[in-house]
Design a protein around this ligand. Structure first.
Ligand SMILES: NC(=O)c1ccc[n+]([C@@H]2O[C@H](COP(=O)([O-])OP(=O)(O)OC[C@H]3O[C@@H](n4cnc5c(N)ncnc54)[C@H](OP(=O)(O)O)[C@@H]3O)[C@@H](O)[C@H]2O)c1
Length: 301
C-alpha cells in the first residue's frame, strides 16, 4: 500500500538503484538523485546533483523528505585508492552533512556503509566488535559512520555485504556480469579465499521498505546487513552454474592471497545479522531460492 511518505534516494544512478527504485516507488513518493548520470526513468521524480557541492542543504530543503536513503558513494576500493580526497568527500563528509541537516529537521537517514569496514581476519562479525578497515574505501566509510553518529540524529547505518542480482547498462552487479560471461562460454578467474554474506538486491529493497515504513521505531545505530550464508566467489559461481545450466569447468579458482594488490584485501567479512533481525520484520531469502529467482528474471527480461 502506498503511504505517500516522501523518500529522497541518493545514488539513484548506481547499480543497486535499478532494482531498488521500482520497489520503493510502490510504497513511497520517491525523489531519485543521480549525479553525472541521470537516474533510470520510472514512477519517481528524478534530479541530478553533486552532493559534494554546497547545494546539498537546498536539495533537502526543497525535497522536504521524511526519509533519506543515502546510497551515493565512491563504492570501489580501486577508485578510493586512486583518489582518496574524493573518497573522503563523498564517503565521509557527505554522510556527515546529510546526518547534520537531517537531525535539524527530524528526518530519518538510512545510510549504506559496507562490510569492508571489517578487517576480514575472522568470520561472523558483530556490530560491537572492533572495525579495522584494511583499505581506503572501508576507512572512508567507517569515518562516515562515526561522523554521522556524532550528529545525534536518527541515522540507521547499514553495513552492507556484497550484493547480487541483475542490473542494466554498463555498470552491472558482479553477478549479472558473471552470468553474461558464463553464458558467452568465457573462462572466469574467481577468488576462492574471500568470503562474504552475499545478499540478493531485491531482499535489500524489501528491507529498505520495511525500515522506511517503521523508521521512527527502529533504534538509530549500526546494523550488519547480509544474507545468512557466507560463500566465496567460486562457490557462488558454482551455484549459478547449477541453476543456469552453465559448465562449472568455466570457473578457474584463484587465491587473492597469491596475487599482489595496491592495498590489502579483507578475506572474510561474513557478518552476524541478528541485531537487524531483532529490530525489523524482515528475512533474507536463502541463497538457492534467491539464485532461482534471479534465473527466472534473467530469462523473462
Ligand atoms: N554494490 C554492492 O554490492 C555494495 C556492497 C556493500 C556496500 N555498498 C554500498 O552501497 C551503496 C551503493 O552501491 P552501488 O554499488 O550502487 O554504487 P555505484 O553503482 O558505484 O553507484 C554510486 C552512486 O553514487 C553516486 N555518486 C557518486 N558521487 C556522487 C556525488 N558527488 N554526488 C552525488 N552522487 C554521487 C553515483 O552517481 P553518478 O554515477 O551519476 O555520478 C551513483 O549513483 C554505496 O554506498 C556502496 O558503498 C554496495
Amino acid at each position: 500500500m502506498h503511504t505517500g511518505r516522501k523518500v529522497l534516494y541518493t545514488g539513484a544512478s548506481g547499480k543497486l538503484a535499478h532494482t531498488i527504485l521500482p520497489i520503493l516507488a510502490k510504497t513511497f513518493s520517491v525523489i531519485a538523485v543521480g549525479n553525472q548520470k541521470a537516474p533510470q526513468k520510472g514512477d519517481w521524480q528524478s534530479v541530478q546533483a553533486d552532493l559534494t557541492d554546497d547545494k546539498l542543504e537546498a536539495l533537502i530543503e526543497q525535497s522536504n523528505p521524511e526519509i533519506i536513503i543515502n546510497a551515493a558513494a565512491m563504492a570501489t576500493d580501486r577508485q578510493c585508492y586512486e583518489d582518496p580526497q574524493a573518497a573522503h568527500r563523498i564517503n565521509t563528509e557527505v554522510p556527515e552533512a546529510i546526518a547534520r541537516i537531517a537531525a535539524a529537521r527530524d528526518i530519518t537517514v538510512i545510510h549504506f556503509s559496507t562490510d569492508q569496514v571489517y578487517e576480514g581476519k575472522q568470520r561472523n562479525y558483530r556490530e560491537d566488535e572492533k572495525a579495522t578497515a584494511l583499505n581506503i574505501y572501508g576507512q572512508s566509510k567507517l569515518n562516515g559512520e562515526a561522523r554521522m553518529l556524532q550528529q545525534q540524529g536518527h541515522s540507521i547505518i547499514l553495513r552492507l555485504a556484497l550484493t547480487f542480482g541483475l542490473g542494466t547498462g554498463d555498470a552491472l552487479p558482479f553477478s549479472h556480469a558473471l552470468i553474461n560471461q558464463l553464458q558467452a562460454g568465457e573462462q572466469v578467474n574467481l577468488f576462492e579465499d574471500e568470503y562474504r554474506s552475499v545478499l540478493y538486491i531485491p531482499d535489500l529493497a524489501t528491507l529498505l521498505v520495511a525500515l522506511a515504513r517503521t523508521a521512527g521505531q527502529i533504534p538509530a545505530g549500526i546494523y550488519n546487513v547480509g544474507g545468512r550464508q557466507s560463500v566465496n566467489r567460486v562457490e557462488f559461481a558454482q551455484m549459478i552454474c547449477r541453476q543456469f545450466g552453465f559448465s562449472p569447468s568455466l570457473i578457474n579458482p584463484v587465491k587473492a592471497a597469491d596475487l599482489s594488490f595496491a592495498e590489502p584485501r579483507p578475506a572474510d567479512c561474513s557478518m552476524n545479522i541478528d541485531k537487524l533481525l531483532a529490530a525489523v520484520d524482515w528475512q533474507p531469502r536463502n541463497l538457492d531460492e534467491a539464485i532461482a529467482q534471479m534465473h527466472r528474471h534473467y530469462h523473462s527480461r
